[in-house]
Design a protein around this ligand. Sequence first.
Ligand SMILES: [Zn+2]
Length: 295
Amino acid sequence: MKNSLTTNAIQTSVFSVNSREVKVHAVQTGLISVKENFLNRKGQGFMSKLNIVMGSSYADFMPIWVWVIEHPEGIIVVDTGDIEASRHKEFYKNESVGKRLTLSAMANKRDISRHDELDAQLMRLGIRPDQVSKVVLTHLHGDHTDGLKFFPGNEIIVNEAEYRKPYGNLATTYPQWFNPTLVSFLKDRVDFFDRAYPLTKSEDVLLVPTPGHTYHHASVLLKTDKGHILFAGDTSYKHQQLLDNRFAGANIDIAQTQRTYHTILRYAEKYPLIYLPSHDENSGNRLVNREYLIN
Ligand SMILES: [Zn+2]
């Protein structure tokens, strides 16, 4: 069942960052549907994973957002979305038998066509992939990394700990040239998160730790002159999961996810914060309408 989400949508909003104009684009690179128990955890620990395998009902299709920040220091792209090829078994042929079995047990469905892919979407914005200054990955799941193939000559930034200890990634699907710049968080850089890696010299764009979905998942924080924006990857799949303290079945570490939620909520109490998960159907609307997590 497919809902009424339109594909290849782009939503744009202009922010003031250190008194300079910064355009932010929400770019939808297709739709994905996961099992209900993958989206919303059922049971504890091992049972929650077994319930994904045994479950047969699927949640509604949800978007796969990519974020494009036209910063004066250069264009930053957060995650790379998915590609049409990822819908076919052939794409995973070099994965181990174990990984392929896991894939078919988790069995998500994707609705992605060539015009949803990130290179085509960037061209609609008048941006050639080679004009992108930095590509930043929140984590190494395929629906965030499959579009890497459009950036063979660009700097690609990954949290070193995520790269060293990924969870649920499919390394054979990376482009062969993939050799990202591995970064480590610096201490005392930002309230509540504490550690951060500055993505701009002006330190108005920061990579911050948001672990739980994977062991070392990270998010991108943009500090505008009127409130901040968290490009949250899969910290939660949905905006409401964070507010309700509910968890995805897919997450590797629930206690860590809970601490991450807590940190984000504390941050949002101090700074008006727009929270933008990669798979919430309203993330694009929240960006353009400047809807804060806590009002
Ligand atoms: Zn993920």
